[in-house]
Design a protein around this ligand. Structure first.
Ligand SMILES: Nc1ncnc2c1ncn2[C@@H]1O[C@H](COP(=O)(O)OP(=O)(O)OP(=O)(O)O)[C@@H](O)[C@H]1O
Length: 249
């Protein structure tokens, strides 16, 4: 099966911290791929390198066969990215931000306008179309970021924590949009801490800890007849504190 995203030997160090310690990834085209891991496991660092936002110390990445670092314009044209945190131009309104993204992508202004209106409507952001993104709530920022990622109808979506801070109604909506996108031939890779979301959506899963992939495969292969949460806790190491330590609380 063709890989929508392939990575070989990705390494990233931040001074003494080895954030990503040699990761290989193969995200099959048409898959819904979940990247799981505890806080600090290296998910954001891996995804940032995979989409060309952060230069790896070592390793290579291909998007549908195009090298992200030596052939960035081809690779990035095929990619839609929801980055971590607030890497948005937040002094624009939602509508302006979408227009800006579309123009950067070289899209026809009439197409941008129509798609932007539809995206704002579907994501229940239409009434916030004139509000500056800096004044959006955390969930609204997530949704406008997702709208920017979808605008040019990419073949591969790379989403860092797309469900974080999003209300249940919006989360269900985003799930529907992404499921339709995959059913239509797209590929999604996203990071998450939420096991239920990953179990409900994903065809493939990788569990990351300490900058390395500990388990990878189809959802059923990784679960091996157990719950994903049980496997996750076993793989990343269970809790050592009980909560009783904070006796003063
Ligand atoms: N810019 C940076 N400078 C220094 N250290 C960093 C930087 N970015 C990440 N790290 C470190 O790299 C490691 C991996 O971080 P990363 O953000 O990739 O984890 P994550 O799995 O996305 O975590 P979370 O689930 O909490 O978002 C952590 O130890 C983090 O402190």
């Amino acid at each position: 099966m063709e890989s929508a995203l392939a990575a070989r030997g990705l390494v990233k160090r931040f001074e003494t911290v080895v954030a990503v310690a040699g990761i290989d990834l193969d995200v099959p085209a048409g898959s819904f791929y979940g990247l799981l891991g505890p806080n600090g496991a290296g998910k954001t660092t891996t995804l940032s390198m995979a989409v060309g936002l952060l230069r790896p110390d070592a390793g290579r990445v291909w998007v549908l066969g195009h090298d992200v670092w030596s052939d960035p314009s081809e690779a990035k044209a095929l990619l839609g990215v929801l980055p971590d945190g607030v890497r948005l131009f937040d002094r624009l309104t939602g509508a302006e931000l979408l227009a800006y993204h579309g123009l950067l992508r070289g899209m026809d202004p009439a197409v941008i306008d129509q798609r932007a209106r539809e995206l704002l409507d579907v994501l229940a952001l239409a009434s916030a179309g004139r509000t500056l993104v800096v004044d959006y709530s955390a969930g609204m920022k997530k949704k406008i970021g997702l709208a920017c990622a979808l605008l040019h109808a990419p073949r591969l979506l790379v989403l860092d924590e797309p469900f974080e801070a999003v209300d249940p109604v919006s989360a269900a909506l985003i799930r529907d949009i992404l499921q339709r996108y995959v059913a239509g031939g797209g590929t999604v890779i996203f990071s998450s801490h939420v096991m239920e979301v990953v179990e409900r959506l994903c065809s493939h899963v990788a569990i990351l800890a300490d900058g390395a992939i500990k388990r990878v495969g189809t959802l059923d292969e990784v679960r091996g007849g157990r719950s994903l949460e049980d496997v996750f806790v076993e793989v990343v190491g269970g809790r050592t504190a009980t909560g009783e330590e904070l006796a003063w609380l």
